[in-house]
Design a protein. Sequence first.
Length: 219
Amino acid sequence: MAELKIYAGDGKEVGTQPVSEKLLSVHVSLTSIHRAVVAENANNRQGTQKTKTRSEVRGGGRKPYKQKKTGNARQGTIRAPHYAHGGMALALTPRDYEKKVNKKERRAAILASLGAQMQAGNVQIVDKILFALPRTKDAVALLTALGLQDQKRVLVILPSHDENTYKSFRNLPNVEVRTAPTKDAEVKANPFSARDLLVAKKIVVAQEALAKIEEVWAK
């Protein structure tokens, strides 16, 4: 069983955390990981785009001028697509972009991505990530103590949603905050995805959050 170092909020090493071999030994094809990421991106799309066709645009109920003897091309309505303020040709309509991925395949893709980041040494475990007040400087102090203040993309994984901690990281453009998976639905739960793990340069995970990941996903 592999072990990872545990750091305190001041950046000092306070112990080690054994990591399940199952979490580090998950092997999955790149096709499955790609399918999981594509599905996550598609499912995040709202699909509420809408433009009006010529039948939906207001006005244009009568023929603009007579059919013949005007020297102009024949027209039936001024709301045709080639007129200003006319309807759209091939107008966009609301649609559902949802893509379904087998639950086991998606879970394997997420665990494989996390395991790859661990093997690359990009995961740092912190004994506790919890702020009493929503202050950005506390979040910056934590990242600075861990040597991550200049990292482009940092993923912070919390055991559960905490409003003060979330707001402390919210103003940092290079940080994304996610929660660990849970068996039961939680209010404001925002579990991390395969894409979150793949785009992150460094991952900071709370010790309790790692325990949840192993309990729920890496049995």
